[in-house]
Design a protein around this ligand. Structure first.
Ligand code: GAF
Length: 392
């Protein structure tokens, strides 16, 4: 059964009724621009064909109930209690439910809406976005929830405001100190295009990727090394970036140019310097990628992808052996470019490869993982797809 069918079925089982509508939102693959979003920098993601679907129905008692195929036990609270729950008492809510309940809370907050004035709702979720694969299953659930509630509650928020509510839910209701890339990618995605986003102004441009016309496929290699951004390394990297910006007397690392790096090196310790160098050079690589793509097409961006991976492996130190192996194996087998994608410490690598080379690269990656004694990865190709939408 499709994930949309599963969401519908789960809703009917829960309520005995038909939903008033179905909405969905995608995960994302980041083509380039990693750990630049919370530094007010540039990113260039696209939306995955994998989506999280939600079926929604109204209820008359001012309560919100969520259920999902991740954990079938429904979670139910009064809408007027959301304010007391987030952020301080979020631990009282099972983790997956913090995403949809957190979005409901953030939407009411963002619009100054009295929780007693909106209709109660039942929401049933199902998803085919792989969880823990670094493809932002979290932004997908936030985007689907935000789109559905925005319509049913008549809030009139635009896509950027919905992305901001999703990020607030992730930061404050879930407790993961992430940036806004994933939510913007999930809300703004377009078929066969990437979203070139300035994370300071939130100005977004749709840039055609042209993979298909160039005979290229974008392969995802999910290492199945699970990661979570509400713990450890992500927050530490973020803190190092803040130290770097403070040492340079600027609001964010977005304001530091590549030619200022020698100055940074004088001001901070060696590890902080390498963290800063990753972000500053990565920002430049995003700009170079978009320019190169526009001027020369997708075959010309490969070295920028490889350089991005090396920077994350050596300077930002967020790669793992499985990700490095995936990238190296893709390179040895003729990939145009490859890099890890997402927050790191596990998750997926991507490789841009000739369509005809897909079976050979897949075979080589599986063989390399087996030889190294790693868990067998999930290998698949993705086409850049549409952002959040109402489906029925
Ligand atoms: C995760 C975060 F959610 C994003 O905001 C971003 O920082 C990314 O890691 C790294 O580029 O996906």
């Amino acid at each position: 059964m499709t994930a949309a069918g599963e969401a519908h079925g789960l809703f009917s089982t829960l309520t005995g009724n038909e939903p008033v509508g179905l909405w969905s939102a995608p995960g994302r693959v980041n083509l380039i621009g990693e750990h630049t979003d919370y530094n007010d920098g540039f990113v260039f993601p696209f939306a995955t064909p994998h989506r999280t679907h939600v079926a929604l129905g109204r209820r008359s008692d001012g309560r919100i109930r969520v259920v999902s195929t991740f954990d079938e036990a429904p979670v139910e609270v009064a809408l007027t209690d959301l304010d007391a729950l987030f952020p301080e008492r979020r631990d009282e809510v099972v983790e997956w439910a913090r995403y949809p309940l957190g979005v409901a809370w953030a939407l009411l907050q963002a619009t100054g809406t009295d929780a007693a004035s909106v209709t109660g709702v039942d929401l049933a979720f199902a998803s085919d976005v792989p969880v823990g694969a670094g493809l932002s299953s979290s932004a997908a659930i936030e985007g689907a929830t935000g789109s559905a509630l925005n319509d049913v509650w008549g809030l009139g928020l635009d896509r950027v405001a919905l992305a901001q509510a999703g990020r607030r839910a992730e930061n404050e209701a879930v407790g993961a100190p992430t940036g806004i890339m994933d939510q913007m990618a999930s809300m703004l995605g377009e078929t066969d295009a990437g979203t070139f986003l300035d994370c300071r102004s939130l100005d977004a441009q749709v840039v055609a990727l042209g993979f298909d016309a160039a005979g290229l496929e974008l392969m995802v290699i999910d290492t199945r090394v699970a990661h979570a951004h509400s713990t450890g390394g992500y927050g530490e990297r973020r803190a190092a970036c803040e130290r770097g910006a403070e040492a340079m007397g600027v609001p964010a690392l977005r304001d530091v140019r590549v030619n200022q790096l020698p100055q940074v090196e004088q001001l901070v310790d060696e590890v902080t310097y390498r963290r800063v160098r990753h972000v500053v050079t990565e920002n430049q690589r995003v700009l170079d990628t978009v320019r190169t793509l526009r001027e020369q097409g997708p075959r010309a961006i490969g070295d920028l992808l490889y350089a991005s991976h090396a920077s994350m492996r050596d300077d930002f130190e967020i790669s793992v052996p499985e990700l490095d192996l995936a990238v190296e194996t893709a390179r040895e087998n003729g990939a145009v470019g490859a890099r890890m994608t997402g927050g790191g410490f596990g998750g997926s690598a991507i490789a841009l490869i000739d369509r005809a080379a897909v079976p050979a690269v897949r075979g080589a990656v599986l063989a390399a993982f087996a030889a190294a004694g790693h868990t067998e990865p999930h290998v698949f190709t993705v086409r850049p797809s549409e952002g959040a939408r109402r489906d029925g």
